[in-house]
Design a binder for this molecule. Structure first.
Ligand SMILES: Cc1cc2nc3c(=O)[nH]c(=O)nc-3n(C[C@H](O)[C@H](O)[C@H](O)COP(=O)(O)O)c2cc1C
Length: 195
């Protein structure tokens, strides 16, 4: 049997971002999602602020509702001269083949000694825990930040506060396509300084 280190390395190295246009529309059973999500809660967090929050759209109707809301927000908030029908359609249909869509939120805590960047870092760690765990269930995942992700109107839509941040959309589903090969521009040696 493989040892823990090699299992973990294999999971980390083979996790890939797979975009929703490559999904097949199959729905992830809710009990599987409920097994995956607790992994997020074990992310490291300075001062135990646990800043990650997740707004979950489930199933075909759910993800299409998100697409509609997102596209309508784009239309409403974009000056007519800048509005692109093609972009509207892209935002509208992006989640169509996904099973779930999770809006990733950094909920800013009230501990002044914890800098915002640490709460963003903790939330990103929580997302990585989801990505890794989802991959072990054969679930395809995509972390995207396009559309209205950073627009204040989206935070307003969800009743979030000024100090909270939406840091992306996590699309989940199943894909029949060949698992993509990983690619990195440089190895870790080139990003590492040993003192
Ligand atoms: C914070 C964050 C935001 C991202 N936003 C986008 C995005 O808007 N569009 C996109 O194509 N990929 C996005 N990605 C996914 C990356 O493109 C992907 O991780 C990268 O291509 C490496 O692929 P891999 O994760 O499968 O190794 C994002 C990833 C992160 C961590």
């Amino acid at each position: 049997m493989a040892d823990k280190t090699s299992i973990l390395k294999e999971i980390i190295e083979n996790r890939r971002i797979i975009k929703p246009e490559n999904y097949n529309g199959k729905i992830i059973p809710e009990e599987i999602l409920r097994e995956i999500l607790p992994a997020a809660n074990w992310a490291p967090t300075h001062g135990l602020t646990e800043p990650w929050r997740f707004i979950i759209y489930s199933g075909k109707d759910g993800v299409q509702n998100f697409g509609r809301m997102h596209a309508d927000l784009y239309k409403k908030e974009t000056p007519e001269v800048e509005f692109l029908q093609k972009k509207y359609e892209k935002i509208l249909h992006k989640p169509d083949l996904a099973s779930h869509l999770i809006v990733i939120v950094m909920h800013r805590g009230d501990k002044d000694n914890i800098p915002e960047q640490e709460e963003l870092a903790a939330t990103a760690c929580a997302v990585q825990n989801i990505l890794l765990t989802a991959s072990t269930y054969g679930i395809a995942a995509y972390w995207g930040t396009g559309g209205m992700c950073y627009h204040p109107s989206l935070k307003k839509h969800f009743g979030l506060r000024k100090e909270d941040k939406i840091i992306g959309f996590l699309y989940l589903g199943y894909s029949d396509k060949e698992h993509p090969k990983g690619f990195r521009h440089t190895g870790i040696e080139e990003k590492t300084t040993w003192m």
